[in-house]
Design a protein around this ligand. Structure first.
Ligand SMILES: *[C@@H]1O[C@H](CO)[C@@H](O)[C@H](O)[C@H]1NC(C)=O
Ligand SMILES: *[C@@H]1O[C@H](CO)[C@@H](O)[C@H](O)[C@H]1NC(C)=O
Length: 220
């Protein structure tokens, strides 16, 4: 039994190294635990013995996000960190709350496509295709509307309604990751050299200095 489980783990490791996406699960589930002595290492997490899985390994309760911040938005992820039972299953979600005029700023998910449904309010959303077209594809969404943001592409959501807005995003990874463009480019630690940024953005050093001095809020 134990040997079979280890072979399965080895197979999974091989599969994941040859694929850019989460591998398909080879068992019903693989609950993540944080103790190497009682688990095997699969797909980035240690797995619990399936017979010891509990309902809470598959459960999480999402509260409304606090949008009192400079962006007026809050992303509440529900990924493998929040639900260990998501380990190896290639799926997660996030709730996004928006204050009036709140923005989920341009960002990308390196490991997941996103499908978003608006629960409340009106959102102006969009994504930009990759080079060389860099085509902007946008839509205004109302309650019940669904929109897709393909994996890796830079996208955003802005509340253009008269009240708060809320949405749920499904993501095709247990851990889709997020890179917020402004935070990564102007708020990296350590800073990217201004020689790089002045040339990349074709602006003077004082513009780069100004942008690097800002506090880039992370709404995740
Ligand atoms: C997992 O274990 C490490 C090392 O003991 C610890 O630093 C970390 O906080 C633990 N994470 C969780 C989610 O319990
Ligand atoms: C929301 O965040 C603000 C700013 O950090 C804080 O002052 C306020 O107490 C928070 N509200 C709730 C309901 O947690």
């Amino acid at each position: 039994m134990k040997a079979g489980f280890l072979i399965l783990a080895a197979l999974l490791a091989l599969t994941s190294s040859s694929s850019a996406f989460d591998p398909s699960p080879l068992q019903d589930f693989c609950v993540a635990i944080n103790d190497s002595k009682s688990g095997v290492f699969v797909n980035g997490m240690f797995c619990k013995d399936p017979t010891r899985a509990t309902p809470n390994d598959f459960f999480f309760s999402v509260k409304e996000g606090n949008t009192s911040n400079p962006l007026g938005s809050k992303v509440t992820p529900v990924a493998v960190t929040e639900i260990p039972g998501l380990n190896t299953l290639g799926i997660s979600l996030a709730r996004i709350d928006f204050a009036r005029k709140g923005l989920n700023p341009p960002h990308s998910h390196p490991r997941g496509t996103e499908i978003l449904i608006v629960l409340e309010g009106t959102l102006y959303v969009g994504f930009v295709t990759s080079n060389p077209e860099n085509r902007l594809i946008t839509k205004v969404l109302n309650k019940g509307d669904v929109f897709v943001f393909p994996i890796g592409l830079i996208h955003f959501q802005l509340n253009v309604g008269y009240g708060n807005a809320a949405a749920i995003a499904g993501l095709s990874s247990q851990n889709p990751g997020v890179t917020t463009i402004a935070n990564a480019v102007f708020g990296s630690d350590p800073s990217i050299s201004s020689q790089v940024l002045t040339k990349a953005f074709q602006v003077d050093k004082n513009v780069v200095d100004y942008l690097q001095k800002q506090f880039w809020w992370d709404n995740n």
